[in-house]
Design a binder for this molecule. Structure first.
Ligand SMILES: Cc1cc2c(cc1C)N(C[C@H](O)[C@H](O)[C@H](O)COP(=O)(O)O)c1[nH]c(=O)[nH]c(=O)c1N2
Length: 228
C-alpha cells in the first residue's frame, strides 16, 4: 500500500521574525490573574479557540486525557468561592508571624469576578489501562493535562484574556460541587476573563512574597547540581 500524503512529514515553514517575537511575547507577558478581570462575557467563538488550543497539547500515548467543565452558573461559582475561603483560611494558619500577615493580604483567586471558570480534569482511563509512554510513570497523564492548561493560558494571553489558576481547594469540595466521579482527577480550576491591565512581573514577586530565581542556578551540565 502506498503511503498517503498524510503519512509523510511536510517541509516546515519557518516562523517570520514577527511571528517568533509574538510567541515569546505571549510566554513572557503571560500572568496569573486574580483581580484584573473585566465583567464582559467571553464570546463563545473565543472560548472555543482557547479550548482548541488546550486540545492541541501533547499527551502521553496521544491519550488526550483532559475534559473541560465550563462554569458560568453563579450558584456554582459562589460555592467554589466558599470552598476557596475555607481552604484559604486553613492555608493562612500554616504560616506564622509576619509571613501569615503578608499571606492574608494576598489576593489568590478571582472566582466571582471572572465571567467564566473552567475546571480541567484528567481521565486516567481514557485510553485503557495500558498506555503507550505511561507504563513506567503513571503520572504522565496528569502531566499531559497540565500541558493543555499551559497551551490555553498562552493562547488566552494572545487573545487579551487573563487566566487565574486557583488550587486552594479541598479536592472533595470541587468534586461534590461539579459532580466529578472519583475516577476522574481534578487538575485545575481556571478563572477566565478579558483584562486590560496586567502586572509586568509575577504578582507574588511584586508583592514581596517570592522572587524569580536566577536561571543560571537552575541549569546544570551533565549531572544534577553540576554548574555549567
Ligand atoms: C499549579 C499551579 C497552581 C496555582 C498557581 C500556578 C500553578 C502553575 N497559581 C499562580 C502562581 O502563583 C503564579 O503562576 C506564579 O506566582 C508566577 O506568576 P505568573 O503566572 O508569571 O504571573 C496560583 N495563584 C493563586 O493566586 N492562587 C492559586 O491557588 C494558585 N495556584
Amino acid at each position: 500500500m502506498r503511503p498517503s500524503k498524510r503519512d509523510e512529514p511536510v517541509a516546515v515553514q519557518p516562523f517570520t521574525p514577527a511571528e517568533r517575537a509574538a510567541v515569546y511575547r505571549a510566554i513572557e507577558t503571560r500572568r496569573d490573574v486574580r483581580d484584573q478581570f473585566l465583567a464582559d462575557p467571553l464570546p463563545d467563538d473565543l472560548l472555543e479557540r482557547l479550548l482548541g488550543a488546550a486540545h492541541s497539547a501533547p499527551s502521553v500515548g496521544f491519550m488526550q486525557p483532559w475534559s473541560f467543565i465550563v462554569i458560568r452558573d453563579p450558584q456554582v461559582l459562589a460555592g467554589a468561592h466558599r470552598a476557596f475561603q475555607r481552604a484559604n483560611e486553613e492555608a493562612a494558619a500554616l504560616f506564622s508571624g509576619e509571613r501569615q500577615e503578608r499571606y492574608r493580604t494576598l489576593k489568590l483567586e478571582g472566582i466571582l469576578k471572572a465571567p467564566v471558570s473552567l475546571c480541567v480534569t484528567c481521565d486516567l482511563d481514557r485510553a485503557g489501562s495500558v498506555v503507550l509512554g505511561r507504563t513506567h510513570n503513571p503520572r504522565m497523564d496528569v502531566y499531559s493535562t497540565v500541558c493543555a492548561v499551559q497551551n490555553l493560558w498562552l493562547a488566552a494571553r494572545a487573545e487579551g484574556v487573563g487566566v487565574g489558576w486557583v488550587s486552594i481547594f479541598h479536592d472533595a469540595d470541587v468534586r461534590a460541587l461539579l459532580g466529578i466521579p472519583e475516577r476522574i482527577e481534578i487538575v485545575a480550576w481556571l478563572c477566565l476573563g478579558f483584562v486590560d491591565a496586567l502586572y509586568e512581573e509575577p504578582e507574588l514577586a511584586v508583592k514581596g512574597w517570592r522572587q524569580r530565581l536566577p536561571l543560571e542556578d537552575l541549569v546544570f551540565a551533565d549531572r544534577w547540581g553540576q554548574r555549567r
